[in-house]
Design a protein. Sequence first.
Length: 74
Amino acid sequence: MGNIFGNLLKSLIGKKEMRILMVGLDAAGKTTILYKLKLGEIVTTIPTIGFNVETVEYKNICFTVWDVGGQDKI
């Protein structure tokens, strides 16, 4: 019974975790958006080979963002 109340309290005030997969055409700005969210500023990027994974925190939500390269050969 105590576990139910603990889980309810955690869901109300605890940190939520979410995962986002960013996909799109090559040179569409996926990496730029990711680092704008992470750092708060626009950075110069190069084409993504493979993928980038970053954690972005906003209020009580922790996002794990996967940025997948848009080229044919990932």
